[in-house]
Design a protein around this ligand. Structure first.
Ligand code: SF4
Length: 445
């Protein structure tokens, strides 16, 4: 009998959650890897918006044609440390009854649970408890972002057998050895398990791993280590495989540095897509690097099927970039937008991200940035900063925050604006988000 591993993507507790291509990508890769090494694997995706059983308990979520949309949602009581926050809290995901029913179908040899944002740990804890309630003797391991960045906290609050920090390979190997399960000899590839219930409407793909920049507000290097260049050919065969098997046409890139070494990776990939005649839609929820945009790449992206481009611009303040990221010159925005528009992207399809709520940042800086970007006729998104352990800004954030963010990951949640202060209040943030909406160009249908 093949050893059986159950993979679980847990539900999420938060003030808000929208599905912008949120997929259990890491679990699907691990699933493919383990099945290649002789395991039988099954996935319980608690963020499955098509789950039939949950439809009997919860309102069916609204979805869009491109595979984004809402999840099942149920109001939830706030954890006591968040009681003072005047916003509704909710549990996103399939009904607990549905998870329990799926757990009871078959007893696994090992359960692997993923974890996303550090402040989403209540959903991970719920998944661990449901597993332990259903089969107390089955070992449960938790990996992923929270397990990596907040290991000590996870050890305290999760009643789990193993915490896997860092990259699954080699971190999971001692667990497999300890349980006398087969131990794969090579790390997982980018290829995922191809499951209709996860990738039918939209799939995700990653060509390169990590990012060579070390922006002080970003956890990319803490999570992915150094930049690793991917393979255009492998990415193409993954996309084609998913399309051929499921008919999927929407693909989102999970890359942190999609345009890096574009001549040897992204551009050959896009040419392969065009030569194949595949009619696909591509999205970049993580954004791309402004400094890497040129006319040839922009044109290829548009012709290969990119439906939007998002740029991580962050701020129009030179000081900001000098102190926090050194990844761009603000003068590059005008030229970058012009190149993208000449390639065919309308202003509403060009998203520019600005970062708000850094330690000791004044609201005026974000307001000036919004007014600066609004000159170029694009869509502006104000993204709230989340203080994350392992980043260059975390120590400074701990000192400046009015919340005990070093002890309690629930306070990393950007919805509560952890770095609010008299120079940048929650009301300022609301006002600036409205301003950004009012000066943004909307995508045409
Ligand atoms: S913010 Fe972007 S450019 Fe900076 S380290 Fe993160 S992924 Fe790289």
């Amino acid at each position: 009998m093949k050893p059986f591993v159950l993979l679980i993507a847990p539900p999420v507790y938060d003030f808000a959650l929208y599905d912008l291509f949120l997929k259990p990508y890491g679990l699907l890769r691990i699933g493919k890897w383990l099945s290649d090494y002789g395991f039988r694997v099954k996935l319980i995706n608690a963020l499955d918006y098509n789950d039939r059983l949950s439809g009997g308990f919860l309102k069916k979520p609204k979805r869009l044609f491109n595979g984004t949309g809402k999840f099942y949602r149920d109001s939830a009581g706030k954890p006591h440390v968040l009681k003072g926050i005047k916003r509704n809290y909710a549990r996103y995901g399939i009904a607990g009854e549905s998870i329990e029913q799926r757990l009871k179908e078959e007893k696994p040899d090992l359960v692997l649970i993923s974890s996303g944002m550090t402040y989403w740990y209540p959903g991970v804890r719920e998944a661990v408890r449901l597993c332990k309630k259903t089969y107390p003797e089955v070992p449960v391991a938790v990996g992923g972002v929270y397990a990596t960045l907040c290991r000590e906290h996870a050890e305290k609050v999760l009643e789990t057998d193993y915490i896997i920090s860092g990259s699954v390979y080699p971190a999971v190997l001692p667990v497999l050895k300890h349980l006398s399960l087969p131990v794969p000899g090579k790390p997982p590839e980018e290829e995922p398990l191809i499951l209709k219930e996860v990738y039918g409407d939209a799939a995700v793909v990653r060509i390169n791993t990590g990012c060579p920049f070390r922006c002080r507000y970003c956890a990319s290097s803490a999570l992915n280590g150094d930049f690793k260049q991917g393979s255009a050919e492998k990415a193409f065969s993954t996309v084609k495989n998913i399309h051929d098997n499921l008919g999927t046409v929407n693909f989102a890139f999970y890359d942190d540095a999609l345009l890096l070494r574009k001549e040897t990776v992204l551009m050959p990939f896009l040419r392969r897509i065009m030569d194949s005649g595949l009619k696909l839609n591509f999205y970049v929820p993580n954004g791309i690097h402004l400094a890497s945009i040129n006319a040839e790449t922009a044109s290829l992206m548009f012709r290969a099927g990119f439906k939007e481009v998002r740029i991580g611009f962050e701020s129009a303040s030179d000081d900001f970039h000098r102190n926090q990221d050194k990844k761009l010159d603000i003068d590059q925005l005008e030229e970058g937008v012009e190149i993208l528009k000449n390639a065919g992207f309308s202003g509403g399809r060009i998203g520019v991200y600005l970062l708000a709520g850094l330690p000791n940042q004044y609201s005026e800086e974000v307001e000036e940035s919004i007014r600066f970007v609004s000159r170029f006729g694009v869509k502006i998104s104000v993204a709230e900063y989340s203080p994350v352990p392992g980043t260059g800004l975390f120590k400074e954030s701990v000192k400046s925050s009015c919340f005990p963010i070093a002890e309690e990951p629930l306070f990393h949640n950007n919805s509560i604006m952890p770095m609010q202060w008299r120079g940048f209040t929650y009301e300022d943030l609301d006002r600036l988000k409205s301003l950004a909406r009012s000066v943004s160009v909307l995508p045409s249908r």
